[in-house]
Design a protein around this ligand. Sequence first.
Ligand SMILES: [Zn+2]
Length: 263
Amino acid sequence: MDRAMVIAVLLVGCEACVREGVPPPEPPSVPSSGEGIGPGSSGSGGGAASGASRVEASPSAPSALVTRAELEAMDARECHAFVRERGGRFEVIPEADARGVIAPIRLSGPLGGVTIEHGGRSRMHEIMSCKLTVSLLGWAPALRAAGFDRIEHASIYRPGARVRSTGRQSGHAGGGAIDAFHFIRPDGTRLEVERDWADKTIGAPVCPPRQGEPEAQHVLRTLVCDAVAADLFQVVVTPHGDRHHHNHVHLEVRPDVDWTHVR
Ligand SMILES: [Zn+2]
């Protein structure tokens, strides 16, 4: 069976895409530019604009635990139960304490054997939508297969976060996006997006296979692109997206849309 997945096209400000002759964009309801991020920083952010991509999954690719429609339809109680049944441990955060977040939680244990760890000091940035939790659960087997048991992120929830260039609301405002910057093995060794996603050519296609790619970059790219192929995240911004994403990958869950952005 052809496991390839055609990713819908939606373009904004993607020079490379225009050069490649991709049709002009629909106005996106997602941000079109990113953020400057480091551990614990609180820039605005996340965003999209994409090229047409055909994403081939690798043999160890993850699979989504639910469809977009099923994820979109889950209410907070169903989502919490779904995560608990799969071993996820978390505290439920009152929605009044996490405005804008649907079914907010804060993890208190690993997801599928992978610890999701905030690299900064603000516990607020650890709050996430339960729907992001479901996608991270789906990603965990691939992360484990690649040798990682921990992801360090710069932030997930940033109240009111907006994308710098467009002013649109960022996925971080709803706790639905994670800025992953370190992928860490049990022995403490790690891949860092800043160092190991060495090619930071803005506008370069993200997911097509590359000849002679450094191993570390290949591992990171494969993890991200397999997650896209599995439809775990719908807005993905890599170091090819813009200069703000030189050190992290923005992975955002948007079950309410029928497109995927990867750049
Ligand atoms: Zn982000």
